[in-house]
Design a protein around this ligand. Structure first.
Ligand SMILES: CC(C)(COP(=O)(O)OP(=O)(O)OC[C@H]1O[C@@H](n2cnc3c(N)ncnc32)[C@H](O)[C@@H]1OP(=O)(O)O)[C@@H](O)C(=O)NCCC(=O)NCCS
Length: 153
């Protein structure tokens, strides 16, 4: 895989990120509003990491959340790679980058929810050591269940 340049998003790119989401996430409820994206970008307990292609366009992004619970844990809230860059290890590299931030921020665990039908994403998380722990029934708008994944950091 080519060397990837991870960029921490700033609020100036909200419009661009919004457009990226419309292409990357086929389920409409999975596309965040500009307001939500702006909030996630500026919140100190959240980080949005993007990757740009050679033309400067966003081709992949991931959002992580810090949760200062009794056992501090990070949550990979969202991750997406455009189809033309799929299967090159980009999603995996984004997980690793977010996990690095989680660890440096004192998180002991990391978790994610994935649509039950989303085999690519499930395989990706499983390959990175995430273990399915339970089913979250009717988790998504439209009623699809989520598989909940956890991993120790
Ligand atoms: C899921 C997604 C992020 C994967 O990104 P990616 O950059 O293609 O993933 P990687 O190249 O790092 O793949 C890692 C592993 O995941 C699995 N995987 C990825 N795509 C797969 C597919 N289409 N079918 C089956 N397994 C797949 C494989 O095990 C793969 O390892 P391998 O290529 O060595 O076999 C990407 O497909 C995507 O953005 N999908 C649309 C948005 C989405 O569903 N996001 C997840 C929401 S939780």
């Amino acid at each position: 895989m080519e060397k990837l340049n991870f960029i921490v998003a700033t609020k100036e790119i909200v419009d661009e990120l919004f457009e990226f989401e419309k292409v990357c996430f086929e389920n409409k409820p999975d596309q965040f509003s500009k307001r939500s994206l702006r909030h996630l970008i500026v919140s100190p307990t959240s980080r949005t990491i993007i990757i740009r292609n050679e033309k400067g366009k966003i081709c992949a992004a991931a959002i992580g959340l810090l949760r200062h619970f009794k056992i501090p844990s990070g949550r990979i809230y969202k991750i997406g790679v455009l189809t033309e860059f799929a299967r090159r290890g980009v999603g995996t590299a984004l997980i690793e980058e977010i996990e690095k931030w989680f660890k440096n921020s004192g998180m002991k665990k990391t978790c994610a929810e994935v649509r039950e039908s989303n085999t690519p994403s499930r395989r990706m998380f499983e390959k990175k050591g995430y273990v399915e722990t339970k089913t979250l029934y009717y988790f998504y708008a439209g009623g699809e269940n989520a598989a909940k994944y956890w991993k120790d950091l």
